[in-house]
Design a protein around this ligand. Structure first.
Ligand code: ATP
Ligand code: MG
Length: 272
């Protein structure tokens, strides 16, 4: 589909454009085939939350950014989906907060690593960790490819931002004592539940806000930043995010069942 043909008032416009970006990322070897499916799962939860950044997500963003600004050695774990959707924001966020970028792939292929590296460099990244030529260590708790981490990156990190992550990995990072921050549209995923701070939002909306908030908070004193983290309760935030989805299912989604398709005349009028 040519996305330039999607009219501005189309209810799925942003969602369709994002889907095109992911498909393009797949064609360029940035996104794994399984990444396409993970994206579809994200789309379903985004539908339920109303494709909007909730006040709960905003609150989680403040806590997440504060946590990363407070960290001694923060690292952003980059996978194919994240790289294809928000490369510029990743690099900006890394620069503002001092968090290092590390490529970490579930389905490792040299071709994918090269493609992701190129996108990050094109987006302005100077240093990218996690590539095959870098010193690495293993997280013993994990059996997949991703137990390999950069010696100067996740291996040493106190706080790791792992957006769109698998639950096994999040659990392993917690098990080896890291604080974990994530962006995940499914409030029930193991990653959402195991993380210290979960932003229940689409990464395409959350990441630009995270950049803004990082600029806003960067000059704050430690004491003030700590307040954002201390006042944040992940369990409570996840519960409220889930309740928003449940409420929407009971109201708007139910109303949608009674919607009637437009007539030819109405469709023509909308086109005019
Ligand atoms: P878990 O392993 O944590 O239990 P899972 O197996 O259901 O979760 P994974 O494929 O391992 O899912 O992880 C991908 C996660 O990323 C999913 O929870 C999915 O909803 C979420 N996700 C996908 N696309 C986006 C997006 N654009 N923004 C935010 N979250 C997303
Ligand atoms: Mg999983």
């Amino acid at each position: 589909m040519d996305i330039t043909e999607i009219p501005d008032d189309h209810p799925r416009k942003v969602s369709l454009e994002t889907r095109e970006t992911i498909i393009e990322g797949h064609q360029l070897h940035i996104v794994a085939t399984a990444g396409l499916l993970a994206h579809g799962r994200g789309e379903a939860f985004d539908y339920l939350i109303g494709e909007t950044t909730t006040p709960q997500a905003k609150k989680a963003i403040y806590a997440a950014v504060a946590e990363i600004l407070l960290a001694n050695h923060p690292v952003i774990s980059v996978n194919g989906n994240v790289c294809s959707l928000v490369p510029t924001e990743l690099v900006e966020f890394s620069e503002i907060t001092g968090a290092l970028l590390e490529i970490n792939l579930f389905y490792y292929r040299k071709e994918r690593e090269d493609a992701i590296l190129k996108v990050l460099h094109d987006a302005g990244a100077k240093t990218v960790l996690g590539t095959h030529d870098r010193p690495s260590e293993t997280i013993p708790e994990l059996s997949s490819n991703r137990r390999k981490v950069d010696s100067e990156g996740i291996a040493k990190a106190d706080v790791v931002l792992v957006p769109l992550e698998d639950g096994d990995r999040t659990e392993a990072l917690r098990a080896v004592g890291k604080r974990v921050v994530t962006v995940d549209l499914n409030p029930m995923s193991r990653t959402s539940v195991f993380s210290n701070i979960t932003i229940v939002d689409n990464i395409i909306r959350a990441m630009p806000i995270m950049v803004e908030v990082a600029n806003e908070l960067r000059e704050l004193e430690t004491r003030e930043l700590e307040k954002f983290v201390q006042e944040f309760d992940n369990g409570e935030n996840l519960e409220t995010s889930l309740q928003i989805m449940i409420d929407r299912l009971q109201t708007e989604a139910k109303e949608a069942l009674h919607r009637k398709p437009r007539t030819v005349k109405e469709l023509k009028e909308a086109d005019a």
